[in-house]
Design a protein around this ligand. Structure first.
Ligand code: SIN
Ligand code: FE2
Length: 218
């Protein structure tokens, strides 16, 4: 039987970790108990460092709105992709990484086998219906032995988890509000992306999806 999209969002046992690589795992609903603590912090971050559409090195406006918190923030402009200690909009440091963000990230990383994860950067991506993120590798960080922790909030999305080349086949993984994904080690540089967000209205976040990716960038 062909896998339907419904199946993607209804794993047999939603509480069980789903290993999608040797060192890549989806932790369904892990962040649900943290949402009430995450959201006020997120609001404050966005108030200080507003979501914006960055320009790619090729001169296109990114559809996904983004901002950062932490000592480093990921930016893109005509000069390329990189981490910056200051928000280019304000020339001020990014808002601090809230303790609750790093605690959740460390918990998730340890569940995936990465002890003592101490993120210094959190990229906040905001997707509106129709927005997608094309396949890419996270390779602007210094130390690839450190994992990536991704927290999904709001509307569900289909995440593509590919291989080590852009055209390798990719798995499609349903990510819902509260799901956390961790990839590191041999899976750290796998291509990944997000399919166009389906319209919907999430009871907590409305018509959008917010993804937090926590990294050790410096
Ligand atoms: C990213 O790759 O930076 C974001 C992934 C996601 O939105 O799930
Ligand atoms: Fe990424």
């Amino acid at each position: 039987m062909m896998q339907t999209e419904l199946d993607l969002f209804n794993p047999a046992n939603p509480a069980e970790p789903q290993w999608i690589g040797k060192q890549a795992v989806v932790l369904p609903g892990l962040a649900l108990a943290w949402v009430d603590a995450l959201l006020p912090e997120l609001r404050q971050i966005i108030a200080c460092a507003p979501l914006r559409h960055m320009v790619t090195p090729g001169g296109l406006n990114m559809a996904v709105g983004l901002t950062n918190c932490g000592t480093l923030g990921w930016i893109s402009d005509r000069r390329g992709y990189r981490y910056s200690p200051v928000d280019p909009l304000s020339q001020q440091p990014w808002p601090a990484l809230p303790t609750v963000f790093s605690e959740l990230a460390a918990l998730a990383a340890s569940a995936a086998g990465f002890a003592d994860f101490q993120p210094d950067a959190c990229l906040v991506n905001c997707y509106q219906p129709g927005n997608r993120l094309s396949l890419h590798q996270d390779r602007d960080e210094h130390d690839y032995s450190q994992p990536i922790v991704s927290v999904s909030l709001g509307l569900p999305a289909v995440f593509q988890f590919g291989g080590h080349s852009r055209n390798a086949p990719s798995q499609r993984i349903g990510l819902r509000h509260g799901d956390v994904m961790v990839w590191g080690g041999e899976d750290r540089l796998r291509f990944h992306g997000v399919l166009p967000l389906k319209p919907g209205n999430h009871p907590v976040l409305g018509s959008r999806r917010i993804n937090l990716t926590l990294r050790k960038a410096g």
